[in-house]
Design a binder for this molecule. Structure first.
Ligand code: GLA
Length: 382
């Protein structure tokens, strides 16, 4: 018989840490856009802008969420089945918590204070950063780790099931597997990865158009379906199966919009391969031309750009020290990414600002960034 003590029973010691900070970076995609859900190649890098969580263990089964961007708090009850709340930011956290619960993890209650240096809805994967940071917080609370690929896929599922965005795997993999000073060449079919070094001879400039993108609006999902239809008509599992050479013999079988969308995906795959080769031989002009090619294809064939993104790309053309520029991420707003000469950064930023502000009256936020590593945990901060 166990001895029953009359003393108040304190919480039993828990595995894992109980008070810590977690950060996870956003990402910018250098090239390979709208290719991930077509099993193609992508080349993102993690950036010096991040989501930051302060995590504190609770002794009950409640998760209390607060964000620096909104007043009030949200409570998730871990004893119930978590449900999505239409359009609410807490979905990213709730979806990840639900994913771990489905795996049978015993998650303790905790408080989460969310802050970010990443703009929300700017096409820099603030949602993937929040998902991966939450997953890292749960791992730290539980004192165990999920294999990284499973972790990234769990976060993608949270986005599908709780945020209602049928995204590919790029963002969650980019954040989870990021290495400093490297971009991630990810084959979305085999999930093979290669970290491609980024030379200090070039800098990466990110410029926010100030137009918020809304991937849940349906255009993103529509592109996915059109690509699936194109693959079905061509008799392949995904557009990845069609090489540029084969495309020329097959394209007459497709009409608008399948023809244009497929042409983007198939040529973008080729551009991504050639971009990596250009980086590896330090041919910045060639890399820049491929970025312009990617933008034009996204604008004309894939139709996911917008006037403000096109304007930023036009402003960059012929600017001293700019090799290339393109929209990055899902599109319909958000950011462009430019490959530039590091010594000319200030003049380039000033020229973008003056021209963009002059036409749109929007003062564009912009920053130069190195590639950084993935999620980071700081235990027992002072
Ligand atoms: C969004 C999605 C990604 C990817 C890009 C477009 O960022 O989350 O999975 O499809 O759009 O390349």
């Amino acid at each position: 018989m166990p001895r029953i003590s009359s003393a108040r029973v304190e919480d039993p010691p828990q595995p894992g840490a109980s008070d810590f900070l977690v950060s996870a970076p956003g990402r910018v995609n250098l090239i390979g856009e709208h290719t991930d859900y077509n099993d193609g190649l992508v080349l993102p890098m993690a950036i010096e802008r991040q989501v930051e969580l302060r995590v504190r263990r609770r002794s009950d089964r409640q998760v209390v969420l607060r964000t620096a961007r909104e007043a009030g708090e949200i409570t998730l009850d871990l004893t119930t089945t978590l449900q999505p709340q239409a359009g609410h930011w807490s979905n990213y956290v709730a979806g990840v918590v639900a994913g771990f619960q489905k795996l049978g993890w015993e998650i303790p209650g905790f408080e989460l204070d969310v802050d970010a240096t990443l703009p929300a809805g700017g096409g820099l994967s603030s949602s993937a950063a929040l998902e991966v940071a939450t997953a890292t917080a749960i791992e730290t609370l539980c004192g165990r780790e999920l294999p990284r690929e499973k972790k990234a896929l769990l976060c993608q599922k949270a986005e599908h099931q709780f945020a209602g965005v049928p995204c590919g795997i790029m963002d969650q993999f980019a954040v989870t597997f990021a290495e400093p000073d490297h971009a991630l060449l990810l084959d979305c079919q085999s999930r093979a990865m290669r970290h491609v070094p980024l030379s200090r001879e070039v800098a990466v400039l990110v410029i926010n158009s100030g137009v918020k993108h809304r991937l849940a609006d349906g255009e993103y999902a529509r592109r996915r379906i059109t690509c699936q239809n194109a693959a079905r008509i061509l008799g392949v599992k995904s557009l990845r199966q069609v090489s540029l050479k084969q495309w020329h013999g097959m394209k007459a079988r497709l009409e608008f919009p399948e023809h244009e969308r497929a042409r983007h995906v198939i040529t973008e795959h080729e551009r991504t391969l050639r971009f990596v080769e250009a980086l590896e031989r330090s041919d910045w002009e060639a890399a820049g031309d491929l970025m312009y090619g990617s933008h034009e294809s996204l604008r004309d064939d894939y139709e996911v750009s917008c006037l403000e993104l096109d304007l930023l790309v036009e402003i960059s053309r012929g600017m001293d020290g700019v090799y290339g520029c393109r929209m990055t991420g899902g599109g319909f707003g958000g950011c462009v990414v430019a490959l530039i000469e590091p010594g000319k950064t200030d003049a380039i930023m000033a020229e973008f600002r003056t021209n963009y502000l002059g036409t749109t009256r929007i003062d564009p936020a912009m920053f130069v960034t190195r590639a950084v590593g993935g999620p980071h945990v700081e235990i027992d901060p002072a």
